[in-house]
Ligand binder design. Sequence first.
Ligand SMILES: Cc1ncc(COP(=O)(O)O)c(C=O)c1O
Length: 399
Amino acid sequence: MKFSSRNSLINKSQTIAVSNLASDLKAKGEDVISFGAGEPDFPTPAYVCSAAADAMEKGYTRYTPAEGLKKLRQAASDRFADDYGFRFSEDEIIASNGAKQVLYNIFQALLDPKEEVIIPKPYWVSYSEMVKLADGVTVFVEGKRENHFKLTPDLLSSAITDRTKAVLINNPSNPDGRVYTEEELLALCKVVEKNDILLISDEIYEKFLFDDLNFKSIISLRPDLKDNLFIVNGMSKTYSMTGWRLGFGFGNKKLIANMSKIQSHSTSNPNSVTQYASLKALQNSNLNSLIKDRCRIYEKRRDKMLAHMDKVEELSYIRPNGAFYLFVDISSVLGRNYKGEKITDSVRFSEVLLKEEKVAVVPGAGFGMDDYIRMSFVLPVEEILAGIDRIEKFVKNFS
Ligand SMILES: Cc1ncc(COP(=O)(O)O)c(C=O)c1O
């Protein structure tokens, strides 16, 4: 069978690949410590599960509008207005099967062949693949490490061409937990306005912010620029609902209508029971304190993780201010030998680490930076510390 040339442009998701490999080893009884997961280790709140059971009992199990229930979009609008003081109308909101499908739909709706999307490195693995699937071209830019790899107005301006359609930022970011300040966002908005491009802000980790930082959606800073800003968000991370599949897109209503059209021919509506349960979750402000408590737990874990990592001389890291990932620089060991084998890239480093020390991490290659690995902190502190000890032993064996 011959497959499409489009298909051959796409790489398999390395985050999912590592998690699967680690789960296979665990299932075989191996003592694996996995830093691979990209999802909260807390359960979906019981209240949300009961709301789903209730929806099933009531028979809310049929097709809904492709773009999601009107009342769900209203609830998403209310929640956004409460959080950020900016109100989207329901026709400026789409509910999709995860933030992933929102992003997929945007590029399908927006891009003609060879049109460009600017993406700062490191980036979440699926962004570039989704642009390619829409026949677009990704233009990667790399900020300075000392500036937490942030996209700056100068970097953005220099990457813009007459084929640029959009720029995509992730705030707070996977894989390195970078968080933009208000001033930085406002400065990016000026470039977006001047060049009349779309800025897509993936804010799925909005509720996971540390160091007393206070998150503001970019649109609340420049409401007048509404047609040039698009917000991506979802239930997965905030409500520990990764498997339920529900994401939201907020933006220009013509773009939303085109995305809904595409969605209507691909998946139709997101799961109806998930929509009803999410509606209840969004309407229940009592869940806010649970979410905050969970965030504080992640922050404590981060602090313990960083303190332990500081003891590993061979490795350095980017200090995350949000999300739940640590991006670790392995360049000091790359090019050196481990038990007679020269390890030159993050994929091989991760494979050998898993094989030898039973620790799963995600290679930085998938995030566009081959001399890094990503370690999440969605596992108990004792495991985090034991995992770092194993990594330390591993890197000390490089000659
Ligand atoms: C930055 C980022 N955006 C989007 C997603 C997709 O989330 P969802 O589960 O809503 O599709 C993820 C999931 O890992 C992510 O890390």
